[in-house]
Design a protein around this ligand. Structure first.
Ligand code: C2E
Ligand code: MG
Ligand code: MG
Ligand code: MG
Length: 282
């Protein structure tokens, strides 16, 4: 029905990007206080299966609910957190909220996987796997329901300490995903030797792939590679119906992007799934 479409549209990308033109860089002290005062909140972007259209998971994307500047996006403060030793606290906050939200969705009968972005700095703390385990256990969430995403370009720099931690996380049965694949130039050998079970193809090789042969070539090669290595494949940046239609004829498993939904607050997610299912007719 038309009214359903109108409501779904509100959860898609607004006509103008929500970002400010001049991006302010925040001071470490202000960010430290913000973390302590719980001003960082998780938004969630749905991930859907291409074969069935079903919602299988969400990615947690942090935002700063700034008392005077409004909603501040992660590109404006993740770097600050990494540079000033605040990233462990930040990741802890995102993980804790994600697990709490999963637990409350589960109570409402909605079981989905949640992906959380982790920084390379998190992967140099040897107690990180035990910390994640303890957080998941106390929320009553199985490790297989939590996926940790690491950006490809950062991963390939110095692999030794991270590899140890990634292996421990994998042994504990957490999901591991390579984010923004295609922008980081990893070698085939590195990919084969890393314990990842999901690969997310960067949006620069997804949006528009259907009518640009050179982009499509990289996209298809990446999907083929991931499938050969037994990994699940997610296309990010699915922005329009053309992207979606193209993906349905590929071996890609999951799609994420503004065409499906923009990232939304936790409190909107159950209502979003409800409307999405009604539109799908399931
Ligand atoms: P990412 O992990 O690759 O997340 C996807 C980004 O693309 C998100 O931006 C999302 O809002 C945006 N996006 C989703 N669909 C589309 C689409 O169809 N088209 C376009 N053009 N963009 C789309 P966001 O939320 O601003 O996050 C930016 C980056 O910040 C993330 O990229 C991730 O690397 C980092 N980040 C976000 N949350 C966290 C976090 O909790 N911890 C850490 N360490 N990094 C985070
Ligand atoms: Mg990500
Ligand atoms: Mg990404
Ligand atoms: Mg990214």
């Amino acid at each position: 029905p038309a009214s359903l479409e109108v409501m779904m549209e509100a959860w898609r990308m607004p006509a103008a990007a929500p970002r400010t033109i001049v991006e302010k860089i925040y001071h470490e002290e202000e960010l430290r206080r913000a973390i302590a005062m719980k001003q960082l909140i998780n938004y969630y972007q749905p991930k859907v299966a291409l074969s069935t259209g079903k919602v299988v998971g969400v990615e947690a994307l942090v935002r700063w609910q700034h008392p005077t500047d409004g909603l501040v996006y992660p590109d404006q403060f993740i770097g600050v957190a990494e540079a000033h030793g605040l990233i462990n606290d930040l990741t802890h906050s995102v993980l804790k909220q994600a697990l709490q939200d999963m637990a409350s969705w589960k109570q409402m009968g909605l079981e989905v996987q949640v992906s959380v972005n982790v920084s390379m700095d998190n992967l140099s703390a040897l107690d990180f796997p035990d910390t994640v385990s303890a957080l998941a256990a106390s929320a009553g969430i199985a490790p297989t329901a939590l996926i940790l995403e690491v950006t490809e370009s950062r991963l390939m720099h110095d692999l030794r300490a991270p590899l140890e931690i990634l292996t421990r996380l994998r042994l504990k049965r957490f999901g591991l995903s390579i984010d923004d694949f295609g922008t980081g130039h990893s070698s085939l050998t590195q990919l084969r030797d890393l314990p990842f079970d999901e690969l997310k193809i960067d949006r620069s090789f997804v949006h528009g792939a259907h009518d640009m042969g050179n982009i499509r070539a990289i996209f298809s090669a990446s999907v083929g590679l991931a499938k050969e290595l037994g990994m699940k494949v997610v296309a990010e940046g699915v922005e329009d119906a053309g992207d979606w239609a193209f993906l349905r004829f590929t071996d890609c498993d999951l799609a994420q992007g503004y065409h499906i939904s923009k990232p939304i607050p936790a409190s909107d997610f159950v209502a979003w799934v409800d409307l999405y299912r009604r539109r799908l007719g399931t």
